[in-house]
Write a protein that binds this ligand. Structure first.
Ligand code: ADP
Ligand code: MG
Length: 322
């Protein structure tokens, strides 16, 4: 079996070119990076555990892509330009074929965003686990946060939240005839980095959708000290999701995690431009409004009382309603 050093040398050391801000990368005790004058560093770290964050049978290339996508999505939500990342791997059997596939998927997405792999750690044992730390930069003071939503702002989402969760549910059910789009959305989420950059100086608040729209809107509401009212009839439901989930589609849109779309708030006078997204084809849909108060609500199409949403979305430590 290959040693840790051989695995790093063969599959990781030369995987990606180093950007100009990485002064020293893989091969030393520390990576050394610089932050350009007038910019600030945005940093995030996420762990994916096999059997928890992705099914054990997931293709190694998809795990590589998704592990980096989670981090890039956090940078997108901060409005940051991706710069470098570090990678910690726990490999149960030092499986070299798995690592080769993982590196391929990781590199495919990394190259698309010009992000460098500056270092990491490789260990054996336990359960397959992947931790990616990402760093990006923003012009000083211009980063996006969850804190700035104000009453009167409009709430938007990119893309079609709920598709990844519908894909996962179909996989776990062993369903036949699953629309490949849903599986693609689960395994190959596209971090909305260009959108996050375009939202700098425009959005009052921003978050990426990892826990589900209802739960993540709650994070924005709480951080900003406001209420958010979502409009059921405005929620974007893709054809693929509607075909799969029928009248449970809205539950997936509100509760499904893992989409890595952005949810953001804009002052009412600002209209989003399709050119804010990388290829201009990702829909940006107004799904609600920011109000005074607390909590997240859903207004139904029938015009009845609005419903308070809570406890929807994925939680690692129990699903106690709050
Ligand atoms: P140390 O013993 O000093 O911690 P390591 O043996 O863990 O060094 O790693 C050797 C070099 O390989 C370091 O530069 C480290 O950053 C890099 N490295 C180790 N594992 C990974 C990985 N999974 N991805 C990227 N770089 C890695
Ligand atoms: Mg080490």
């Amino acid at each position: 079996m290959a040693s840790e050093f051989e695995l790093i040398e063969r599959h990781l050391a030369d995987l990606l070119p180093l950007g100009e801000n990485v002064r020293r990368g893989i091969g030393d005790d520390c990576a050394v990076v610089s932050v350009p004058a007038g910019r600030e560093l945005a940093v995030s770290i996420d762990t994916l555990n096999a059997g928890v964050h992705f099914p054990h049978a997931t293709d190694a290339r998809d795990v590589g892509w998704k592990a980096l996508a989670c981090g890039l999505s956090d940078l997108a939500a901060a409005g940051a330009d991706p710069d470098w990342c570090t990678l910690a791997l726990t490999l149960p059997e030092g499986d070299e074929a798995w690592l080769a596939g993982f590196a391929e998927g990781f590199a495919d997405l990394a190259r698309a965003h010009g992000i460098s792999l500056a270092g990491g750690d490789t260990t054996g044992g336990g359960t397959l686990s992947v931790t990616v730390q990402v760093a990006g930069t923003v012009p000083a003071g211009a980063g996006l946060s969850r804190r700035g939503a104000r009453p009167g702002d409009r709430v938007y989402v990119s893309g079609f939240p709920g598709e990844a969760a519908a894909g996962l549910a179909a996989l776990l059910e062993g369903a036949g005839g699953i629309d490949p789009r849903l599986i693609e959305r689960l395994n190959r989420p596209v971090p909305r980095v260009a959108l996050g950059r375009a939202l700098r100086g425009r959005a009052s608040a921003c978050i990426d959708l990892s826990d589900g729209l209802a739960a993540d809107a709650e994070h924005v509401a709480r951080a900003s000290g406001v209420a958010i009212c979502l409009d059921a009839s405005s929620l974007p439901v893709s054809d693929a999701l509607a075909a799969r989930a029928g009248d449970r589609a809205i539950d997936h849109v509100l509760g499904g995690g893992d989409d890595y779309e952005l949810c953001f708030t804009l002052p009412a006078a600002v209209t989003p431009d399709p050119d804010w997204t990388a290829d201009g084809t990702v829909p940006l849909t107004c799904v609600g409004v920011v109000e005074e108060g607390t909590g997240v609500y859903l207004r139904h199409a029938d015009g009845g009382d609005r419903e308070r949403l809570s406890g929807r979305g994925y939680r690692h430590f129990g699903n106690s309603a709050s």
